[in-house]
Write a protein that binds this ligand. Structure first.
Ligand SMILES: Nc1ncnc2c1ncn2[C@@H]1O[C@H](COP(=O)(O)OP(=O)(O)O)[C@@H](O)[C@H]1O
Ligand SMILES: [Mg+2]
Length: 237
């Protein structure tokens, strides 16, 4: 049993008058790769927004590394060690790959400095080969890798990825999958939001399924793999 690093408990989130999340709760332990699975519109991105301080939960608690962070500002949450890769990637198109990486460089909350430029180039050889390329001239898959690498340069304690496989060709999705597996095997704590269950089956260690703003299932990925009824009901397989 690892120690919980992120504990989400009963969070309700509203956009204006409409409630989007209903008592969402799940736990991420150090070293786990947790897949937050759910169909389009289920509430995955909203959950992530609550975790990184872009949406304020009306009720509930979010505990990260022992401190309550619900309602904290995004900057402070990032400083506390949550690294976030958004759905739309957001590279700096007019800057080189290396500059994009350096923009993300900082020590972790405990002074961690594991992720440096040389380490990134070792783990992401593709980026090493295109250091001087402008990020705007990279393919979608390359930009996805760059954003993941840039976020790691901030030495986060948890790396959150919102739909890393979305909009990419199958062969690129496989490469992103390999990369995530590599990070998992290095011990990086990962939380990914996905609607692509097949992408997650070979990557994640644990899962929480969200449906219409509620967590409807929490278990190991092996248990989900074996549960045809749950997969049919919530994940349209
Ligand atoms: N800014 C917003 N204002 C109002 N409703 C929103 C907003 N963003 C998302 N929603 C709604 O919240 C629900 C959950 O969306 P989202 O969290 O983006 O789902 P997912 O990431 O699982 O596809 C959807 O019904 C969506 O239409
Ligand atoms: Mg989303």
């Amino acid at each position: 049993m690892g120690a919980a690093i992120l504990e989400v408990e009963g969070i309700d989130v509203y956009y204006g008058a409409s409630q989007i999340l209903f008592g969402v709760g799940f736990v991420v332990e150090r070293g786990q790769t947790v897949a937050l699975l759910g169909r389009n519109g289920a509430g995955k991105s909203t959950t992530f927004k609550a975790l990184i301080g872009l949406a304020r939960p009306k009720n509930g608690r979010i505990r990260f590394a022992g401190a309550e962070i619900q309602g904290c500002r995004p900057y402070d949450i990032a400083r506390a060690g949550i690294g976030f890769v958004p759905e739309d990637r957001q590279v700096f198109p007019d800057h080189t790959v290396e500059d994009n990486l350096l923009i993300g460089a900082k020590k972790g909350p405990q002074g961690q400095d594991y992720w440096t430029l040389p380490r990134i180039y070792e783990v992401f050889p593709l980026l090493a080969n295109m250091k001087t390329r402008l990020a705007g001239r990279m393919s979608g898959g390359e930009q996805q890798m760059l954003t993941i690498a840039r976020t790691l340069m901030g030495n986060p304690e948890v790396l959150m990825l919102d739909e890393p496989s979305e909009g990419l060709a199958p062969i690129i999705v496989a490469q992103i999958g390999q990369l995530i597996r590599k990070l998992r095997d290095m011990g990086v704590t990962l939380l990914l939001a996905e609607q692509n269950m097949h992408f997650c089956l070979g990557l994640a260690t644990h899962t929480a399924i969200i449906d219409k703003g509620q967590i409807v299932y929490r278990d190991t990925i092996a248990a989900l793999k074996a549960d045809t009824a749950i997969k049919k009901r919530y994940l349209a397989v």
